[in-house]
Design a protein around this ligand. Structure first.
Ligand code: ADE
Length: 246
């Protein structure tokens, strides 16, 4: 998977993506980063990438020309997704991460300042994506979040590809609690069932904890989760009332 990122701060991404799991994935050639400094495509001698908004108002707006030229400089096929990071976009989630992880290539444009000239969205047919309902100083950190969430779904990036099979959100539920050694720590014990070696019981225990946690912390997820009759009965025993039965 190749990530083409258009930014005026390529070093923010270059530094973060050198480390840890993603750094290894880059070294192994499973992911490729093409960081494009849009300032290099600025058209005037001061290399301006932003300007005052027409109509007045606070803040600066990113100019269209550098971003158009940078996007056009990429040697990409026509149908690769072009994402513009913006707090106004559709909210990024695991489903979108999975959808994007199936592509060979992505273009990600990082906005800055008050926003970007509207013609960038229209003219480049950009899909606006937000990482959540809050405003950050620019798209670079949002790009890192998306690159991380997408990359770890690509086979070979995680040490064990099963790591992302039953984790939170993939199943539509939050994940069950995890424990490692020691079995007893400061009088806090690992649940007996996990030490029992009985995988049938362990699986059921994990499923129940996962259902219980989702009900407690993110009940909104239950409406969309793929629940069996047994799951539903268990949730009802904890006081859950499906919307359809209210
Ligand atoms: N730029 C500023 N805030 C953002 C957000 N929430 N998501 C994506 N890009 C942004």
């Amino acid at each position: 998977m190749k990530f083409n990122v258009l930014t005026i701060f390529p070093e923010i991404l270059a530094g973060a993506l050198k480390e840890s799991i993603l750094g290894k994935a880059v070294d192994k050639g499973i992911i490729e980063l093409n960081l494009v400094d849009t300032r290099e495509y600025a058209q005037d001698k001061h290399r301006m990438v932003d300007d005052y908004p027409y109509g007045g108002g606070p803040g600066m707006v990113m100019k269209p020309e550098p971003i158009f030229l940078a996007a056009e400089s990429l040697e990409t096929q026509h149908d690769i997704p072009l994402i513009l990071l913006s707090p106004q976009g559709e909210v990024f989630n695991q489903e979108l991460a999975r959808e994007l992880s199936e592509k060979d290539e992505l273009v990600i444009i990082c906005g800055r300042y008050e926003g970007v000239d509207e013609r960038i969205i229209e003219g480049l047919n950009a899909r606006e994506v937000s990482i959540g309902d809050y405003v950050i100083t620019g798209g670079e950190f949002a790009a890192l979040v998306i690159i991380d969430a997408v990359s770890r779904l690509i086979p070979g990036v995680l040490g064990d590809d099963r790591s992302c099979e039953d984790e939170s959100f993939t199943t539509g539920l939050l994940e069950y609690p995890h424990y490692t050694r020691p079995a007893s720590f400061r009088k806090l014990d690992v649940p007996d069932v996990l030490i029992s070696g009985n995988h049938g019981r362990i699986n059921r225990w994990r499923k129940e904890r996962s259902l219980e946690r989702t009900l407690k912390k993110r009940p909104d997820l239950l409406e969309k989760a793929d629940l069996t009759e047994e799951d539903l009965e268990f949730l009802k025993s904890l006081g859950y009332e499906p919307e359809s039965e209210k």
